[in-house]
Design a protein. Sequence first.
Length: 1041
Amino acid sequence: MFGAIGTFVFRMRFAVIAVLVVIMGGLGLYGLGLGSHLSQSGWFDPTAQSSKGSVVADTSFGRDHRSDVILLITPPAGTGVDDKQFGTKVEKVVDDLLQQHPDVVQRAAAAPDSTDKQAYENALRNNQEIIDPFYLKDNTVAQKAAQDTIRSRTFTADKKQAFISIGVAGNDDTAVLANYQKIEPFLQGVVDDPGKYGLDGTRFQLAGLQPVAGAMASGMDDDIRRAELIALPLVAVMLFFIFGGVIAACLPVFIGGLTIAGSLGIMTIIAQLTELNIFAQSVVTLIGLGIAIDYGLFIVSRFREELAEGYTTKAAVRRTVMTAGQTVVFSATIIVAAIACLLMMPQGFLKSVAYGAIFSVSLAAILSITVLPAILSILGPKIDAFGLPFLRRTKTKAEIENGFWGRLSGWVMRHPVATAVPTVLILLLLTIPIGGIKFGGISEAYLPPDNASRVAQEDFDKAFPKERTEEVKLVISYDVNDPESGTKIQQIADEANKIPGFTKQFSPSADDGALTGTYGFNGPQVIQMSAGLVNRDTAGEAVKDLRAIQKPAGIQMWVAGTPALVQDSIDALLTRLPLMAILLVLVTGLLMFLAFGSLVLPIKAALMSALGLGATLGILTWIFVDGHGASIANFTPGPLFAAVLVLIIAIVFGLSTDYEIFLLSRMVEARQKGATTTEAVRVGTAHTGRIITAAAAILIVVTGAFGLSEIVMMKYIAYGMIAALILDATIIRMLLVPSTMKLLGDDCWWAPRWMKTVQRKIGLGETILDDEPDAKLATAGAGTQGRRAGTLISEVPTTAMRAAPRAAATVPAGAATRSTRAVSAPAGRQAPPQTPAPVRPAPNPAQRRGTQPPPARVGPSQPPSDRRPALRDQRPAQTLDEIEPVRDRSSRTARPTPRRVKSDRPDTGRWMLGEGGIRLNQPQGGTAGPSPLGRRPDLDRTGKRPLVASLSPEQARTAQRRTPERPQSPMDRGLSPDAGRPAPQPAAPGEGLESRTPPPRRQRPDDRQSRADRHARADENPGENRQISVQELLRRSRSGE
């Protein structure tokens, strides 16, 4: 499938770019209005008792607007708030507000005494109220008495402070906030310049629920702009140093921009269908931008590697989509599955974030395998344009495997216990602070200590502790016809007043703020009593004690109010959290099993993710609860917001599993080439260490920009992701993963037989590239036997087949045994034009058994392929992994049987010089296999061909002195034997035998010819392809032949 996607994208590159960029641009323009569709609600559990009680109260009394906006007034020294002239000037402020915004606010009106339905509905609509202690409607005794009652609650005892409660129109949080934003400029003007009303020296402050919510909404908008202004330029600079070119650096950022644009448009569409929390926009920007840039980094890096291997743009694009593209899609699936677990939580906030994250990650993956490869198809080698050559040079695989990450993983696996034990202890030590974790709700404390709205709210709470905006409410429904209802209600109030921690007594009296109404027209009678909490941290115990009160018969009671809503949400989250964790592990584990066919790897990944997650939560507790670094980060330590904590768990677990996928994919790729577990771990770590570290660093920069947010919730997420990324990219991936897999050994790949059978049928394993065989072959033609191209690889050998002087064999060019396959001119590599020689098919034992014969050899007449010579500024291939023959399915000629060579010691494996180069003669009954990763069996550590492998040291030195040196041949550089040079000329026996590239294979003699005839004819024609034993080679060297 991914090969078809790569081919389609290359062919239709201009159409793909045009269509998807236009779609994303249109969605981005539509998403500019997302902010107006977002909601301030969704923080609480709608199924909790407190939510039901709030619905009863709002239906009976209308929405409580007393806490919407609080205008706190502090007159200048020497003036009291009860001063008549001062009151008149303040009243002018209120009059101007009413005149300019009559549709948003209005004065309080007495509720109608009539019980008819029309009067009841009019009373419910009358929810825009101003409680103004300076206003006196009529100078009557009743009005003065009412004013004195209001002043007793809105004036301090020393008459140095007062407040005006401003109710804002709206039946839900979103509508109220939108209306508040209409009057905010006027109120802010009064705060900034009270002198225009003749109130010089008077201090006005804006407190209440809406100013705090508005400050948070404004802070989130600033976070998005900060990410655009700070994070994106820094990421672009980092990508420049990673890739060494401007073009390559800009592509991941471009994909990130398209992802954000499309995600915001989709979120706007979803907001038309359901309620989305305002917090979702910032999280979408954070996760979508970081993940999209990471995916772009993986795709561009793989494309540059394929170009460095000598492939043309078409082949490089196809191979990139088939490898990195498939891994990106699988990674996105893992993250989406992890975040989707948030949908089981009742809070609309978490569901909103889950919707946004799911669509942003999905879009990032889709654009990374469509638009980005299409752009790469156009750019081709120009991907490295406008760069610095010393930065953009792509290392060979030998350099990568012998680089820092390869050496580090090698050292770790030599000391697995000494590495794993201290690493686990460090992670457990970081987990210890979790014991002091505390949970709380959203409040003004989530704003910076110097934020004006937060300071105003704190000053108001100090001056008027009994009028706190977040009260606990007792909503009681009773039968109005029951004569004992009043006694029963008073009994409940008395029991509630025995519970400590409240700012005032619960009282059914209207003078104490109690409200009385009916639940719906002609419904049951409802009364509401309320009281504030002295300490919000004790809300859980207070709510629990209130609900434990024994309710008399005929009475129904709900404990509501903001503190109860917060506590019920915490309880709901903690109750569902274990189930979410189990689902998270099962879903991600199942996907990993389908990919790799191992039952051990998902368990190992889950345990390591749990260790990293525990350490992350411990760090967050140490910072935000214990308060370490609070003054530097400009926040007030306090309880963690439980909903954000659950969000961090899902995100961190998904990211850690995501990086595990990238690492394990390269290990499995190495295993399918014949590597042992130790070698696969080293190779996988070496090849992914740099790219995973770079991806983590980029995501840290993006989240770091949000870490500068004024909103503590965003700091939670940013700091948590930064801590998790640092731990995952350093301690876990560098130390714990290699050491653990070394200790497990081949058991890493274990699974029950029946599970492997299921996985093979429906698995999601790595796909072998369509244009190459199962393993990369040496130019001589040796390779491993594997599955048919296009099949899923997950079941790899438990032990590697090594090439050694006595245990491995190669075959002449153009021949293959049952356990090997040879390809002379792979697709993607340029083959010299030659006239094909007729080949006589050899009997195939597989056909006699009724099985599918192995793939046929591609003849030398293959048309020009996609393989390009290596780039000028890059080193030639040095290892077996760098020489990638590719099968051309259009040619299916039979493979000839390798000719046997006369030997003095036929039963011992030894190196021999033949037309495929120096090779090992395999004793009868031996097996052929690949060399260890990174080295061909006929090359030494320097990349040169040794003369022989079975000579004594003295014989080897003698033969080497008699053999002239020649420049490195194309075969030594990992190319086709005849690439880039004319057909070989006949050479004298013994001349340049240690480095001479044999001529192309000629037609095989008839099998009926005797061995003596063939050798005799070979002696008569020195230019003919032949194989010479080591003893014959030494004899001729000594005799001067």
